[in-house]
Design a protein around this ligand. Structure first.
Ligand SMILES: Cc1ncc(COP(=O)(O)O)c(C=O)c1O
Length: 434
């Protein structure tokens, strides 16, 4: 493998992409006038310019130049229902017929709250927000006030929202709270540090599987150590299940048998509309009871009728606990096929993840934390991304793969075949097998 060979392959992929996507490029150039980098959501940018997606239907997408793709990113997990589920559309239209901004408690929020609490047993009471980011900010705020402490334990590679991202330290846009960043999946280190800082710690915030860092499953011993550490320290354990709640019928934490004090939710639970929620122990959530609690929690759109209606329809008619279990099984089966293919081809490539979420990585051996991915040549990820686009598959440049309900078995076969053709074409550029 030579550096030049990868650069040449990538230059070729970019060239083909530029030639095939004149309308996306035109729109991108035009919009740089009004938005920096024509962008309002960092994750959607990639060089040379991102595709403009014009339309979606079921599990298919069309870009502005008319190419059709099978959607294997599904709005970074919020799009579990696909793009045109009649149940969601009807629920939203019906809600809008009753008036859009009602400025009051409405007829829809209570039943969604009940449905979510019944679905996720760790959540005794909850409050809605507009995003997962807000949900995490509010859960942390709840923990700071409940414990009267300042320190928050988080983990390397953790992502809890636009202002709550972590490498081995908080990222530049992360809110200036008193964070202690520990290595993910290191139970021993977590035990020691939590014991050392115990009386200062308000909360331990963790994803049961890290999503944005590359679908890195939390090891059971690690998550259990956090539960024990939090209890001993008198801190609150917050599971960020914004992504992982879809990975088992009642969320990943429940499947793992670990009870958090607070849980945060987001993404698909709002039926594809803006959504977030935080909830858990009733004694902690009582701080927000306007009759008796000390904490206010505001948000003009917290109970907006579209989300409240779409979320209820989605959870009760489409993504039921049974459907969540079945989608997770489909994902496990797909990941097993992909890993068997990589092993058969003898390449340094694997797919990590749980259930319906997975991520391609060009490393061998167990991926325990984001540091294990530091050796990966980012150009290979890009090559994979452009190869998949050329095969009519829409994913993300970081190799993330997300299943949604309307994806067909033929779509899954097509994804696996595209990985086969990627290996066939670029095998010589991939790291040597150790
Ligand atoms: C685990 C996790 N937490 C929180 C968030 C933030 O959610 P939102 O984008 O709705 O603010 C995300 C988004 O990707 C996430 O993956």
């Amino acid at each position: 493998m030579t550096d030049t060979a990868i650069d040449q392959a990538l230059a070729g992929a970019h060239q083909r992409f530029i030639e095939g996507n004149a309308e996306s490029r035109r729109r991108f150039d035009e919009q740089t006038r009004y938005m920096p980098g024509a962008n309002t959501r960092s994750v959607l940018f990639y060089a040379p310019f991102p595709l403009t997606i014009a339309k979606g239907e079921g599990a298919a997408l069309w870009d502005a130049d008319g190419h059709r793709y099978a959607d294997f990113i599904a709005e970074y997990t919020a799009g579990v229902y696909g793009h045109s589920a009649p149940e969601i559309r009807e629920a939203v239209i019906e809600a809008m017929q009753g008036g859009i901004n009602l400025t009051g408690h409405n007829l829809l929020e209570g039943r969604l709250a009940k449905t979510v609490c019944e679905r996720f047993p760790q959540i005794e009471q909850l409050r809605f927000t507009n995003s997962g980011t807000e949900a995490n900010l509010m859960a942390l705020t709840a923990a700071l006030h409940f414990t009267g402490r300042r320190k928050i334990v988080v983990f390397s590679g953790g992502y809890h929202g636009g202002v709550l991202g972590f490498g081995d330290k908080p990222s530049l846009t992360t809110v200036p709270f008193d964070f202690l960043v520990l290595p993910y999946n290191d139970a021993q280190r977590a035990r020691e540090e939590i014991a050392r800082h115990g009386p200062e710690i308000a909360a331990i915030l963790v994803e049961p599987m890290q999503g944005a860092s590359g679908c890195i499953p939390g090891r059971l011993d690690f998550l259990q150590a956090l539960r024990e550490g939090a209890t001993q320290a008198g801190a609150l354990l917050i599971f960020d299940e914004v992504m992982t709640s879809r990975l088992a019928p009642h969320g990943l934490a429940s499947k793992l048998g670990i009870k958090s004090d607070l849980t945060t939710l987001g993404k698909y639970i709002g039926g594809g509309m803006s959504f977030g929620a935080f909830g858990g122990r009733a004694d902690v959530m009582a701080q927000f009871d306007p009759r008796t609690g000390a904490l206010a929690h505001s948000g003009t759109f917290n109970n907006n009728v579209m989300t409240m209606a779409a979320g209820y329809a989605g959870l009760t008619k489409l993504f039921t606990p049974e459907a969540a279990g079945a989608l997770a099984e489909r994902g496990e089966a797909m990941r097993a096929r992909l890993n068997a293919l990589c092993a058969k081809e003898g390449v340094t490539m694997q797919f990590t993840g749980v259930g319906s979420l997975m991520n391609a990585h060009f490393v061998s051996g167990e991926v325990r934390r984001v540091d294990d991915l530091a050796v990966v040549d980012g150009r290979l990820r890009q090559l994979l991304f452009f190869h998949l686009l050329s095969q009519g598959i829409y994913t993300s440049p970081r190799g993330f793969v997300v299943l949604s309900l309307p994806l067909s078995d033929a779509d899954i076969d097509r994804y696996i075949a595209a990985i086969g053709s990627f290996i066939g074409e670029y095998r010589s550029l991939m790291p040597a097998v150790k």
